[in-house]
Design a protein around this ligand. Structure first.
Ligand code: RIB
Length: 309
């Protein structure tokens, strides 16, 4: 086994499917309310477990029923969540999510709550876990000083450090340099690079510019357009898998977890990005974040069918 150690957010997602996403100030009626465990950290840990690796999750929830619900969901998926902290004085993070019927596009509003109670000192409990993992996976939905110190410690202990750069943050280059792989989507790449990013051409230009500042590998998640890999001065477009999507929530998390799992297993960069593309594509076929994190066999089926367009 080549374990994945995730340090990140745990959030309860309140999801409503709507005929179309609301304009600012507009009231849109939807149907099919669901409360689903989510948060980028929890989603990625579950995806790593379902993709067949030992997955360890460090995060923080409140001492409330929402926290219980998320812990149950991640543990049922096979994640070792024994490291998760329960904050005495903060409520579990919550997200309000509208999903557009048919298109699967969403809008997400997050109150991170207890996620922001995670502190650098909490990382001390990770010490025995470094030897059990090959990749360390982070996002930007918990305090950034915890992410920076977590990445520094993981790299020092020999792990490959991977950053899912969501949600969008304008972080300095020195922060990004702690990661062996940085993986933003288009909006996150725009925030990191300060450029307008829309489509493959502009994403390629922004990623190359960012790589030129000293980031080793950048993998841009482009959704229906696949992904971009910028490494060692080379830039390639990795085509997507064609799939009928119902909900894109968590697809980026499945993608990044797929990338971390493949790298942990020793895959080459291009192979790892193709595996990540398949994991992201499989995730859009199911509603909700944690419920949509794919099993290894679903990803394998896509890879074997080779329906990359
Ligand atoms: O990446 C998807 C996740 O972002 C959702 O599960 C939601 O909790 C938000 O954090």
């Amino acid at each position: 086994m080549a374990g994945v150690l995730v340090t990140g957010s745990m959030i309860l997602d309140m999801v409503i499917t709507v005929p179309r996403l609301p304009e600012p100030g507009e009231n849109v009626h939807g149907a099919g309310f669901a409360m689903v465990a989510g948060g980028k950290g929890a989603n990625q840990a579950v995806a790593a477990a379902r993709l067949g690796q030992d997955a360890f999750l460090m995060g923080c929830v409140g001492r409330d029923t929402f926290g219980d619900l998320i812990l149950d969901a991640v543990e049922q998926a096979g994640v070792d969540a024994s490291l998760v902290k329960r904050a005495p004085a903060a409520l579990t993070g919550v997200a309000l999510i509208a999903i557009e019927e048919g298109a699967g596009m969403n809008t997400i509003v997050v109150d991170p709550g207890a996620n922001m109670a995670l502190a650098v000192d909490d990382l001390d409990v990770l010490e025995p876990y470094y030897a059990r993992a090959r990749t360390a996976l982070f996002q930007l939905e918990i305090p950034l000083d915890v992410v920076a110190e977590g990445a520094r410690r993981a790299r020092e202990r020999g792990l490959v450090t991977v950053l899912d750069a969501g949600p969008p943050h304008d972080v300095p280059i020195e922060f990004l340099e702690a990661f062996d792989v940085v993986s933003p989507n288009e909006k996150e790449l725009a925030a990191l690079s300060g450029r307008v990013v829309r489509g493959v051409k502009s994403a390629m230009a922004a990623a190359k510019e960012l790589a030129g500042t000293g980031i080793k590998r950048i993998v841009v998640k482009m959704g229906e357009q696949g992904a971009l890999l910028v490494a060692d001065g080379d830039a390639v477009h990795v085509p997507p898998f064609e799939i009928d999507g119902v909900d894109s929530t968590g697809a980026g998390d499945a993608f990044t977890a797929g990338l971390a799992v493949a790298l942990a297993e020793g895959a080459g960069d291009a192979e790892a990005v193709r595996f990540a593309n398949a994991a992201g594509a499989a995730a859009v076929t199911v509603l909700g974040a944690i419920p949509s994190m794919p099993e290894r066999r679903a990803v394998q089926r896509l890879l074997v069918r080779g329906e990359s367009v």
